[in-house]
Design a protein around this ligand. Structure first.
Ligand code: CA
Length: 232
């Protein structure tokens, strides 16, 4: 169970978010502005995830985000911005300031759940080393070795490989990967994103799509990470 905090000044949205979080089995606390949030922080409490509205009374969400990313205690807490401001400038600014994700209001319940799950997944399994024989993942420092040789992956490639490694031996559909790794709700127009990242992963793992050592293509369905020596 995760502790999720929300800063939102519109009561109906705040109540909706709290309901969604409760339905996911997590604990939540809601704050209407930066002052309330700061009071909660004075108890040195730190949540696992912060959902942040941008337009608030007093300090803006951007101000709060800046403060959180400067504070060593809260710097690592992922922040998802929830805002009706949907311009690219706002998104870029939010992501530049260190937000993990940006959701435009109005959002669907499914979308919010998927994004929360994706953000939490990035932090929870972080400490566990995954040893699949020739392939080893160290999520703490995003380290990957193949036959004891270190390879460098982008954040997104690492997250994809990490998810596949956690589900080694299982067929993973593109839709499932998009939902769980990227937090997307629908497969539409985005399945190429998966194929693109699988291609670049294979390249870095020196894996041959026609005769794979690690990532198998399951035609018409998706992909499976299967390390040699494992029984199918
Ligand atoms: Ca607002």
């Amino acid at each position: 169970m995760a502790q999720i905090w929300t800063v939102e000044d519109e009561e109906n949205i705040s109540v909706l978010i709290m309901d969604i979080i409760a339905s996911m089995g997590h604990e939540s606390r809601a704050f209407i502005d930066a002052d309330e949030l700061a009071r909660a922080r004075r108890g040195s409490d730190v949540p696992d995830l912060l959902l942040l509205d941008l337009m608030l009374r007093g300090k803006s969400g951007f101000d709060i985000l800046k403060l959180w990313k400067q504070d060593p205690q809260t710097r690592r807490v992922p922040v998802i911005i929830l805002s009706a401001r949907s311009t690219d400038t706002d998104k870029v600014r939010g992501l530049d300031l260190g937000a993990e994700d940006y959701i435009t209001k109005p959002f669907s319940i499914r979308e919010l759940k998927a994004r929360i799950n994706a953000a939490l997944r990035r932090i929870t399994p972080a400490a566990t080393r995954l040893d699949l024989g020739p392939l080893v993942l160290e999520p703490d420092n995003r380290g990957v070795t193949v036959d004891d040789v270190a390879i460098t992956l982008t954040q997104q490639e690492f997250e994809l490989l990490h998810y596949m490694a956690q589900h080694a031996g299982h067929l993973l559909t593109r839709a499932q990967l998009l939902k769980d790794v990227w937090g997307y709700e629908s497969e539409t127009d985005a399945s190429r994103t998966v194929d693109y990242h699988i291609r670049s992963l294979r390249k870095k793992l020196n894996d041959d799509a026609a005769n794979p050592r690690f990532i198998q293509t399951v035609h018409g369905s998706g992909y499976r990470l299967q390390v040699e020596g494992d029984s199918p």
